[in-house]
Design a protein around this ligand. Sequence first.
Ligand SMILES: Cc1cc2nc3c(=O)[nH]c(=O)nc-3n(C[C@H](O)[C@H](O)[C@H](O)COP(=O)(O)OP(=O)(O)OC[C@H]3O[C@@H](n4cnc5c(N)ncnc54)[C@H](O)[C@@H]3O)c2cc1C
Length: 569
Amino acid sequence: MGNLNDGVKSRTYDAIVIGSGMSGGWAAKELCEKGLKTLVLERGRDVVHLKDYPTTNMQPWEFEHRGQIPEAIQEANPVVSRCYAFREDAMQFFVKDTEHPYVQDKPFDWIRGYQVGGKSLLWARQTQRWSDFDYEGPARDGFSVDWPIRYKDISPWYSYVEKFAGISGNKDGLDVLPDGEFLPALELSCVENYFKDFIAKNYKDRHVIYARCAHLTEPKQIHLDQGRGQCQNRNLCQRGCPFGGYFAANSTTIPWALKTGNMTLRPFSVVHSIIYDEKKGKASGVRVVDANSKEVIDYYARIIFVNAAAINTNLILLNSKSNRFPNGLGNDSGILGKYFAFHNYRGHISAEYEGFMDSTTAGGRPTSAYIPRFRNVHKQETDFLRGYAAGFYSGRFSFPKAEGFGTTLKDNLAKKDPGPWRVGSHMMGETIPKETNFLSLDSNKKDEWGVPLIKFSVDYDENDNKMVKDFSDQLTEMYTKAGFTNIKTNDSNQAPGLDIHEMGGARMGKDPKTSMLNKWNQMHACENVFVTDGACMTSTSTQNPSLTYMALTARACDYAVNQMKKNEL
Ligand SMILES: Cc1cc2nc3c(=O)[nH]c(=O)nc-3n(C[C@H](O)[C@H](O)[C@H](O)COP(=O)(O)OP(=O)(O)OC[C@H]3O[C@@H](n4cnc5c(N)ncnc54)[C@H](O)[C@@H]3O)c2cc1C
């Protein structure tokens, strides 16, 4: 395969990283820093920090549709249009449904960013650590399989990635949400502070805190060395930040890896599969289809990191078939693609608060408040397993009435009555990985690069439904007690996927019969392949997962390079 005239040597590296987003960026940085000549394969185009953020300094009136997505685009792309961040200012960083179709046995809203930086350009930057209530969860509550690691194994790696990425937060001292290496937190609004104090006084097991987020509130030397500066609270993050105020691979890990001189970044490289060498009993490289020319090229390396984001990682592994692995690379157990899970974001609540009428602004913060999980933490107390966290936000915003003509219209538009404070929360529920929630390859349909389409058979279950109801009940109680009025709850009944926290399919575990990866994210059955994106996750917790992918990636890179030095890999 490939261009046979092009020497194998020139296509051979120490390491290959598949995907250049949140986790792939970390793999690139770590491996390059440790001296490995590393090829980073990215299916999309390059997005160079600063240069490729065309909308970053645009004013609202400079957008043709004032920030909205035109109806024709929405109709043609119903899935991505359901994502709150798919707006005119960031449209260029999202995959449109029409560009990359997939198969939905059951509805799944798959939100993607195919470019250097992946979805790290677009994320909401919420970065909560997981705790032992998460790592011990499956063993304690009897679902999935036992994680092969505990909090103590990953805690130093959380610290490691937090210091480099820059995370703002308070030391809250909560066992359910361990503290990290924080830059100063921003302030909560008066209503958020009121609710925080109220909950602290009235519930001993519930807390409202400042949500930890990947923003440079007070850059340290390491951030200045990255060429990044203080977050300006512009709240235009999804456009790409000219200050590097938030963590994105484009501003942070990718340029850092480039600076080492060890990284070769190859955009427009669609990874088709991983090549398995039967004689060596290892993966020898990666098969790529050039996105533009469609040329098939093989690249070789001693180790391979798979970081294509959970779903595409499952796809690549399922498509990596050989005599040894007819059902996908490393898939002796037959579980590849199975036990796929996500976060349950269906529950919403909103209300009003009559107080603080002398204050009008919640500030332009890039984050809000956070209610860590409080259900079933220390013991099982409900008829569903696990629990949920919730956001908490507030603001006074009512839109001027665009009513009347002439002077009346002008007068109406000029009236500034922000109305009462409005508050709201959304749930972030843990879902239970199950064999019946799985990804597979469609046996007939392929994309234009000859790669089979992925098929989703993923759904909610009774546990999720009960959790939505409990969220509504508990939050209603907390809101009511706090004196909030006009409380409205809503089950969006949205399809899985909009949470954009896809996890599993190639889970970690102790036993090769029931898991794909060991405690170092290394494939049980093909030891020079590492998976450190969401595909590796054994369970889903309630916390946003990307910080954990970053920490697992840095930890696995450290292990892999040490093993290489010992000639064990
Ligand atoms: C609007 C939004 C808000 C979010 N908010 C949060 C949040 O607050 N907190 C949080 O923790 N997470 C959040 N997320 C999720 C977060 O973005 C993802 O968890 C994270 O980006 C996953 O990292 P990754 O490296 O696995 O994937 P990505 O960052 O998506 O990177 C994967 C890369 O692999 C490339 N790729 C895919 N297939 C191939 C292939 N076959 N060949 C070559 N390259 C390939 C892609 O083009 C992409 O560049 C949010 C996401 C979105 C979109």
